[in-house]
Design a protein. Structure first.
Length: 253
């Protein structure tokens, strides 16, 4: 996969969660999200239990609550969508604080908020405890096509390069007195976007030729194999297993 590429979501620490192999954590988070999605929306106490489970994982992983909450702001657009549901949904109505709201819309909003928030929190915890390179290796270990893994790896590696190219182009425009103030400047921005695409494409060709000259045949060399013991799988499976118990109780009770 190449050299490590730390991302802003990752929080280095010496914890049992960080020490787990990446593919075990990926499988555990995927199973946890499936269980959460399968839980009936009326079982509110089950969702509270899921939140407690994630809180325990965050504590074991030494991920501060502030760090977790700040990274979860990405779900704000979904929160806005959920807030609108009680107003636009049809069906039986009920009065809440003087507002006429749809009962089905309220349940739908709760369903989106609860399951979406738990899914985002689990994903943030995964990213905070697993280096990006290890995540890619874990995906490949779980059977994701190697070509897709390579595409994702190069996307991550060169995203900063493209971002820096955008910054230099912006500085070049500003040094020439350009400032986008309205539609009449969209033509200049469109030309900049086209130039960025051409430069990125040419860079990709040069990188590909450099790889071919070094013996690339379609597969990246594996430096060290990612493995997991039965005990590590058991530790990783604790979260989805506990969540599954809550889900089953949510359907039965």
């Amino acid at each position: 996969m190449g050299a490590g590429h730390a991302h802003r979501l990752y929080r280095p620490a010496d914890s049992p969660v960080h020490a787990l192999p990446p593919h075990t954590k990926l499988a555990a988070v995927f199973a946890f999200v499936l269980v959460v999605v399968s839980t009936p929306r009326e079982a509110m106490w089950a969702f509270a239990g899921y939140a407690v489970l994630l809180g325990v994982v965050a504590g074991v992983a030494r991920v501060p609550a502030g760090f977790l909450l700040r990274r979860m702001l990405i779900e704000v657009p979904f929160v806005a969508f959920a807030v609108l549901l009680p107003f636009v949904a049809e069906g039986a109505r009920t009065d809440v604080l003087g507002l006429s709201l749809s009962v089905d819309g309220l349940w739908g909003a709760w369903n989106v908020l609860a399951k979406g928030t738990l899914g985002v929190a689990a994903s943030v915890l995964l990213a905070a405890t697993t280096d990006l390179r290890d995540l890619l290796r874990g995906l490949e270990r779980l059977g994701l096509p190697p070509l897709l893994v390579q595409i994702a790896a190069f996307m991550v590696r060169y995203s900063d390069v493209v971002t820096d190219e955008v910054r230099r182009m912006r500085i070049a425009r500003a040094s020439r007195g350009f400032e986008a103030r309205g539609p009449r400047h969209w033509g200049v921005l469109a030309k900049s976007a086209g130039a960025l695409f051409i430069r990125s494409y040419e860079r990709g060709e040069r990188v590909h030729l450099a790889m071919l000259s070094r013996g690339y045949t379609g597969a990246m060399p594996v430096i060290d194999e990612v493995t997991a013991s039965r005990a590590q799988w058991s530790r990783a499976g604790t979260l989805p297993a506990a969540a599954l118990v809550l889900c089953v109780l949510g359907w039965v009770v």
